[in-house]
Design a protein around this ligand. Structure first.
Ligand SMILES: [Zn+2]
Length: 288
């Protein structure tokens, strides 16, 4: 018996397409798809749905199915009543995940992504990367509970690891500010940066190569009443990847770029998939 509607038999066809909840999600979702008259044969459905579609529509189909599946699991294992709003939140989060993965594989240009779903507690994981002499990158990802809200990866011109971290944090603060979130905790794997940022007085004796940025970040955090904490590097892998995507893309020689980036993506694919688990890590474990 289907746990969502207590009516149909709980098979893949029902859960994904014929369950009244699934039907509503498909119809009111971004694809406005009617599934009530779909045939009762999965292979025919997949054929008709996925044929002649663009990459984008295909991705949206797959993500919608995945979001419905997750709503169903929340009901089955957590007793949480599925709603269309919840479906949209998950769909949006999956969309951000997809774009992060695509960015890591360099299939798509990396850009600022913002969703319009808004609630709960926000966290922004930040990282900067640096390579001598002036080559740097910044990456950050904004999390809304266990969902993703937005991310960015971009190159930066910096002369030290600390400056790379500070610039990344500065850009992350501006990004979060532009989202008008009620509050947000910024998380960096650079312990020194987290420490000076949360000091009560301006960090006047900060590293001279990042002096201006650190003081700027300190001022912004105070002005907007944001917090900054340290997290272990192992919990910051997505921001770390994003910071290095730009890094690699800009400076790797043309001929080896595709192979190297693919190897890089392969090597890190697991941590991108495991991202969800990573995000549920208890905030109390964070050391300041
Ligand atoms: Zn059902």
């Amino acid at each position: 018996m289907c746990a969502v509607c207590n009516q149909g038999e709980e098979d893949v066809l029902h859960m994904l397409f014929h369950c009244p909840f699934a039907q509503a999600c498909w119809l009111m979702g971004p694809l406005a798809l009617r599934t009530d008259e779909l045939p009762r044969d999965l292979s025919i459905i997949l054929d008709s749905l996925f044929k002649h579609k663009t990459d984008e529509v295909w991705t949206m189909l797959a993500n919608s199915a995945w979001a419905i599946w997750r709503c169903r699991n929340e009901k089955t294992y957590g007793g949480k009543v599925p709603t269309f709003e919840r479906f949209l939140s998950i769909l949006n989060s999956v969309g951000v995940e997809t774009r992060i993965a695509a960015a890591a594989n360099k299939k798509k240009e990396v850009q600022l992504e913002v969703s319009n779903v808004c609630n709960s507690q926000y966290r922004c994981k930040v990282d900067g990367s640096w390579r001598s002499p002036w080559i740097g990158g910044l990456g950050f990802v904004v999390e809304d509970g266990e969902l993703l809200k937005g991310y960015r990866a971009a190159p930066s011109v910096v002369c030290s690891p600390m400056q790379a971290e500070a610039v990344a944090l500065r850009e992350a603060i501006h990004f979060v500010k532009s989202l008008n979130l009620p509050s947000c905790i910024f998380l960096t794997d650079n312990q020194d940066l987290a420490k000076v940022c949360m000091e009560l007085h301006p960090p006047v004796d900060a590293d001279w190569r990042a002096y201006r940025e650190i003081n700027e970040v300190w001022r912004l955090l105070k002005e907007f009443d944001y917090e900054c904490r340290h997290i272990p590097r192992s919990q910051n892998c997505v921001a770390d990847h994003l910071a290095k995507v730009e890094h690699a893309a800009d400076w790797m020689p043309e001929s080896t770029e595709i192979i190297s980036l693919r190897e890089w993506a392969d090597a890190h694919a697991t941590s991108i998939i495991e991202f969800e688990d990573d995000m549920t890590g208890d905030i109390e474990e964070v050391t300041i």
